[in-house]
Design a binder for this molecule. Structure first.
Ligand code: CP
Length: 304
């Protein structure tokens, strides 16, 4: 089934039908990947440029793997060895790459709105791999896929997202997607790291981690995004860990069947105790595995 969207810029404006279509396709690809059948030709002859202006391990590698699994030709762009160092603009860079005849661009950038900006002059399909504080839609899709795998449903599932919400594009995409799917989201963190405006209206917020986790089916921890923060947003790392870090004492207050998620990269002993990250309730590596299937689904469906 074709999607209504032409690009994946974020989940804010993606309808429920499109999200479910992507999740169902991702489940199909996960089965194919688990069977070691890598002979999928959906993107044979297509060229995809991975334009990563910000560092990445999971997103970049899983997009490249997804493209290869779909028989596409991936090209990886590295700003540090590109003509950006000679003063070339983003628009000129993209227009020159497009002149070489490509089909899709996967873009990560520190500035919010860059993927949308590319759609204004580019003929390629644009996929957002994370833009500033704004959105990280494929991360949210793989998170939601993982939750559906674990619980067999989405509607009514209670999700607590804990940490640096203010600077988190992962939190924003998850809020938009989960609200569309009828899931219940509670955002939790120090008041200085919570959005102060009404952009996330419709979800519960609390500064008390115990209130956030006690009814949660899913507890999702977020990394402290120090690279995006002004100083002085919380007193100290030690205090943050004591109040908001998920440890053996706090996990006792969670529902017995609740799962633990994290988009990565994790900071062990900060937002999550090392033994919790590795415990059998943690699905962090399942999220990573599902990342390849989710990105295959997005690439394949946007190509059709
Ligand atoms: N979750 C995530 O976006 O990780 P990377 O920064 O490693 O891609």
């Amino acid at each position: 089934m074709a999607l209504k969207i032409k690009h994946l810029l974020g989940l804010k404006d993606v309808c429920k039908e499109d999200i479910i279509t992507i999740l169902d396709k991702a489940d199909e690809f996960r089965k194919i990947l688990d069977s070691d059948n890598l002979n999928v030709k959906d993107l044979a002859g297509k060229t995809i440029v991975n334009l990563f202006y910000e560092n990445s391990t999971r997103t970049r590698i899983s997009f490249e793997l997804a493209e290869k699994r779909l028989s596409a030709n991936p090209v990886n762009f590295s700003p540090s060895v590109s003509a950006i160092s000679k003063g070339e603009s983003l628009k000129d860079t993209v227009q020159n790459i497009e002149a070489m005849k490509i089909n899709m661009i996967v873009v990560r950038h520190a500035a919010s709105g860059v993927p949308k900006f590319l759609t204004e002059f580019s003929d390629s399909v644009i996929i957002n791999a994370g833009d500033g504080f704004n959105e990280h839609p494929t991360q949210a899709l793989l998170d939601i896929m993982t939750i559906r795998q674990k619980f067999g449903r989405l509607e009514g599932v209670n999700v607590a997202i804990i940490g640096d919400i203010l600077h988190s594009r992962v939190a924003r995409s998850n809020v938009w997607g989960m609200r569309t799917l009828g899931m219940n989201v509670t955002l939790c963190g120090p008041s200085t790291l919570m959005p102060q405006h009404d952009e996330l209206l419709g979800v519960k917020t609390t500064t008390d981690i115990y209130k956030a986790i006690e009814n949660a089916d899913v507890v999702m921890l977020l990394r402290m995004q120090l690279e995006r923060q002004d100083s002085g947003l919380f007193p100290s790392m030690r205090e943050y860990r004591q109040l908001y870090g998920l440890d053996c004492e706090k996990i006792e207050r969670m529902k017995p069947d609740a799962i633990i998620m994290h988009p990565g990269p994790i900071n062990r002993s900060m937002e999550i105790a090392s033994e919790i990250a590795d415990c059998n309730r943690s699905v962090i590596l399942d999220q990573v595995t599902n990342g390849v299937a989710t990105r295959m689904a997005v690439l394949s469906l946007l190509n059709s």
